[in-house]
Design a protein around this ligand. Structure first.
Ligand code: 523
Length: 135
């Protein structure tokens, strides 16, 4: 049996906007937008993994807050969680993605409606559409 994999993604917030990143691979999801993040490594907490991943992928330092509501289990042995985060230093740039952009509630809703978010992130995107609308 392979070890269970936990992936942590960041709902990086600034004012009434959230950061989304455009995947470059694999082919099935290339061009679609996601909450950036990656696999939690042995010995790391999810928050520590998110800090490391967003530094590697976006060249920013973040502080990590509360988890979003839903955990996603696309297949046995793979669990995805998302946590709120705020940038402490740096300006995000796409080191491993095609692009990054800040979206407000309406822009995020438009990505969802156009089928341009990665399928695993749809529940989180919907949660954040509602949350960003209140900011
Ligand atoms: N997802 C996903 N949504 C999402 C992330 C960050 C990841 O559905 N917002 C999925 C995609 C992969 C798995 O989680 O099935 C691992 O994500 P990935 O590839 O971003 O993780 P890394 O960067 O740790 O993995 P490597 O590309 O292998 O280094």
């Amino acid at each position: 049996m392979t070890d269970p994999v936990l992936v942590v993604a960041g709902a990086v917030l600034a004012g009434h906007r959230m950061l989304v990143a455009q995947r470059d691979y694999p082919e099935e999801v290339a061009g679609l937008w996601e909450l950036p993040g990656g696999k939690v490594e042995t010995g790391e907490s999810p928050a520590e993994a998110l800090v490391r991943e967003l530094c590697e992928e976006l060249d920013v330092v973040v502080s990590v807050g509360a988890a979003l509501h839903d955990a996603v289990r696309p297949k046995p042995g793979l669990t995805l969680i998302a946590m709120r985060a705020e940038i402490v230093s740096g300006t995000p740039r796409a080191l491993e993605h095609r692009a990054v952009r800040w979206v407000d509630s309406a822009e995020l809703a438009a990505l969802v409606e156009a089928g341009r978010m990665v399928p695993n992130d749809l529940g989180w995107a919907q949660e954040m559409v509602a949350e960003l609308r209140t900011k």
